[in-house]
Write a protein that binds this ligand. Structure first.
Ligand SMILES: Cc1cc2nc3c(=O)[nH]c(=O)nc-3n(C[C@H](O)[C@H](O)[C@H](O)COP(=O)(O)OP(=O)(O)OC[C@H]3O[C@@H](n4cnc5c(N)ncnc54)[C@H](O)[C@@H]3O)c2cc1C
Length: 416
């Protein structure tokens, strides 16, 4: 029970949605406790850049305490929320309880391995800094090992990189990895025959980036094929044992590398809430983003399931999370002032995905285009969206260097 008269807002998760809610309440007469199990906000869309040695983790992450240094009504607590009691209105954190008047659950999503235990054990994923650095270490180690491997078959397997999932992350990773081999590894390993190196992108469906319009799917396919990525559509991955990928038709690919980008589901805490969950474990919320039974609790971002005006569930995208964060902040203000909360309407800002150097696809203001212009827009939009002025400058410098000198600067194998 909160005995202080100032309403106490607890926000679980300092991702895109949580950050925006906290910012939206900056000048409100409330106390905010923002909680995250990490001490930083992470710009997940650029995780693949960490994995392919293009950026340092610190360039796409920012300490939460730095972001909110000037926001006087906010306290940050690092820790994992393990339980929520909606009736008594408290959460459990680090062995203590924190009471709330309003709760915002913006805990995001985790990788969905769809019950493939072996995949979880041997596969690589891109979800946080640890998994991206692990992927970078693994990729670079494969080149080191291949450089002194005498057996041609084993060397080929070391230089075969399989990515599963033809969504934007799979496409971006495949394009960037192929360029790493062509432009950078070729210079680093002059005595290693990189003709054997291959990037294979497996997609179970009939096209890449399925959520995008036809013309962009086709453009992505062509751009990625020009980058020498072996794209295999309608191809199911059946198994991976750390040495070999088995496909649905029984064919095999000898490889030690499988990067899984084919699924996401709501964060662990969501399963313990005891509320109605929809596809991918996401919480079914009202149009105003509240829990139907507990209107003082909001669920937003990747963790929330809400159907759009066109009858489709809103996608797990940062743009949705940001807009929902803003909407949740507004609705909390309205509730405090005794007004009805307003329904959330997603304003689609368009689609954008990069396939590598000079190559991206975009749909902005209803116009689809691809190639260099789309890539320039992608570059500047991502620099603009990274949190922290210093990080923007560093990323811009890194990318300019890589672009002009065909170099990926962070080719470090570190101990995990
Ligand atoms: C590799 C990758 C690439 C992507 N590319 C794009 C892209 O190009 N464009 C795009 O729009 N979107 C992209 N996305 C999706 C986008 O990142 C998500 O939609 C967005 O991050 C969702 O925001 P969120 O605030 O809901 O969750 P998140 O940003 O995931 O934040 C959730 C936060 O909650 C914290 N948390 C979770 N559980 C707990 C707990 N129990 N206790 C304390 N803290 C907890 C986490 O540590 C995390 O900081 C990508 C995602 C990934 C993984």
């Amino acid at each position: 029970m909160n005995t202080n008269k100032t309403p106490h807002i607890v926000i679980i998760g300092a991702g895109f949605a949580g950050l925006e809610t906290a910012r939206g309440l900056a000048n409100a007469p409330v106390r905010i406790t923002l909680i995250d199990r990490n001490n930083h906000h992470l710009f997940q869309p650029l995780l693949y850049q960490v994995a392919i040695a293009g950026l340092l983790p610190s360039q796409i992450a920012q300490p939460v305490r730095t972001i909110f240094r000037k926001q006087k009504n906010l306290t940050f607590q690092m820790g994992e929320v393990t339980a929520v009691d909606f009736d008594e209105k408290f959460i459990k954190l680090n062995g203590s309880v924190i009471a709330f008047d309003y709760l915002v659950i913006s805990a995001g999503a985790r990788t969905n391995f769809f019950g493939f235990d072996a995949l979880e054990k041997y596969g690589l994923q891109l979800k946080d800094i640890d998994t991206a650095v692990q992927t970078r270490n693994h990729l670079l180690s494969m080149f080191e090992q291949a450089s002194h491997e005498g057996d041609a078959e084993k060397r080929k397997a070391m230089l075969t990189f399989v990515i599963v999932g033809g969504g934007p992350t799979g496409v971006e990773t495949a394009g960037a990895l192929s360029e790493l081999i062509t432009h950078v590894m070729r210079k680093d390993f002059p005595r290693l025959d990189l003709k054997d190196a291959q990037v294979i992108l497996l997609e179970a469906g009939p096209s890449l980036i399925a959520a995008y319009p036809d013309e962009l799917r086709e453009a992505t396919f062509k751009l990625l094929r020009n980058k020498k990525v072996d794209i295999r559509l309608n191809t199911n991955m059946q198994d991976f044992n750390g040495q070999r990928v088995t496909l649905g038709d029984g064919a095999t690919i000898e490889t030690q590398t499988l990067i899984w980008t084919a699924g996401a589901k709501a964060a662990e805490i969501i399963d313990s809430l005891g509320v109605e969950q929809a596809s991918m474990g996401r919480v079914r919320v009202t149009p105003s983003l509240q829990l139907p039974q507990f209107p003082d609790a909001f669920v937003i971002g990747d963790a929330a399931f809400l159907v759009n005006g066109n009858g489709q569930p809103l996608p797990m995208l940062s743009t949705v999370a940001i807009q929902q964060g803003k909407a949740a902040a507004k609705n909390i203000r309205r509730l405090i002032e005794g007004n009805e909360p307003l329904p959330f309407h997603y304003k689609d800002p368009g689609l954008l995905a990069t396939v590598g150097r000079n190559a991206a696809v975009a749909r902005i203001f209803g116009i689809s285009f691809s190639g260099f212009i789309a890539w320039v827009i992608w570059v500047f939009l991502h620099i603009y969206r990274i949190v922290g002025f210093r990080n923007r400058i560093l990323v811009m410098f890194n990318w300019a260097w890589d672009y002009f000198f065909y170099d990926n600067q962070v080719r470090l194998i570190t101990k995990e």
